[in-house]
Design a protein around this ligand. Structure first.
Ligand SMILES: C[S@@+](CC[C@H](N)C(=O)[O-])C[C@H]1O[C@@H](n2cnc3c(N)ncnc32)[C@H](O)[C@@H]1O
Length: 314
């Protein structure tokens, strides 16, 4: 779906997978600009309720305006660690569905002052919640070269993580690491010449990795998936869109533990560890965007949607 600011990815499969009961209670845990929420509200009946969550104060302002227009909708300012509290505050015993559309929104990327984009000159910030936590500039002052290289390698899959980490900290110590353009420039020059113009821009993977680090996104995913599986009613759906393989693997592994977490040795004729599945896969192989969606919205190219269903109360 396209609104003024953000084009929601995989909109149709997301809504079809999530909205299984027109009268249900749902959480859109990544409200953003409300594109997916609005589609949910269109698909649901007057008796349904939707709670939006976001850690970005700007998203919350958009959500508050929507809540005034549609009594079925409300919004809470929280990160994923607060999902359970937010649902309990509503007094909802359990949920029909919880949806996630991870990563950053287009408005976050487009506003230079948020510091997410290597295409716009801005401060080294990258916080989704700019009212708490430490901006990238502060985190860089405290990190060692080897830790930084690990962040860039693990969260960005960057081959030249070591060289880039060294160059970032050298520039920082010489006073030349103040803006996103400085960071982009360092990534470009730390990449071997013959690799600078092949594939994605040399800063792409490092910017992704540093954003994940600043926002502690991997821990947030762990908390999100674990809490969500508990909050669902039997038959309730967990629907998650992620944008890179590290995130997707983490989500898959957390759900797979509840689907197939038997730890008995292979040679055992039957399970003796007492494992009982609490989730089942509805969509184990991720759904990807069609060629037409990718052409209309290049951001959907890397989107992966997984769907799992609650088997029993835990
Ligand atoms: C890709 S956008 C969602 C766009 C939305 N589905 C739409 O159609 O407008 C992701 C949103 O999730 C929020 N977000 C990401 N990680 C979060 C977290 N750990 N806790 C709360 N909000 C988060 C971001 O601030 C951003 O607004």
């Amino acid at each position: 779906m396209r609104d003024r600011a953000h084009t929601s990815v995989l909109a149709l499969p997301y809504i079809e997978a999530l909205c299984t009961d027109k009268k249900g209670r749902y959480v859109d845990a990544t409200f953003g600009r409300g594109g997916h929420t609005q589609l949910m509200l269109e698909a649901l009946s007057n008796e349904a309720e939707v709670l939006g969550l976001d850690r970005d104060p700007q998203a919350i302002s958009v959500g508050k305006a929507l809540a005034k227009e549609d009594a079925r909708f409300s919004i809470t300012y929280t990160d994923f660690a607060g999902i359970t509290d937010a649902v309990e505050d509503k007094g909802w015993p359990n949920l029909t569905g919880i949806g996630f559309d991870l990563g950053v929104s287009s408005p976050q990327l487009d506003q230079a002052e948020r510091g997410f984009s290597f295409m716009k000159k801005g401060p080294l910030d990258m916080r989704m919640d700019f009212e708490s936590g430490q901006p990238l500039s502060e985190k860089l002052k405290k990190v060692s070269e080897s830790e930084l290289a690990q962040v860039i390698r693990n969260h960005g899959g960057e081959r030249f993580a070591g060289r880039i980490a060294r160059s970032i900290l050298n520039a920082l110590h010489q006073g030349g690491m103040n803006t996103t353009q400085d960071l982009e420039n360092v990534c470009f020059h730390a990449t071997p010449k013959k690799m600078r113009h092949t594939g994605a821009h040399p800063a792409t993977r490092t910017f992704q990795a540093l954003r994940i680090w600043v926002n502690d996104e991997m821990n947030q995913i762990d908390q999100a998936v674990q809490a969500s599986m508990k909050l669902l009613q039997t038959g309730g759906r967990l629907v998650i869109i992620s944008f890179h393989s590290g995130e997707d693997r983490r989500i898959r592994d957390l759900i797979e533990k509840q689907v197939n977490g038997c730890v008995c040795p292979r040679e055992f004729p039957m399970c003796a560890c007492g494992f009982k599945p609490t989730m089942k896969w509805v969509q184990k192989k991720p759904i990807r965007a069609t060629a037409a969606e990718i052409e209309a919205n290049p951001r959907s190219r890397s989107a992966m949607l997984r769907v799992a269903e609650k088997l029993s109360e835990t």
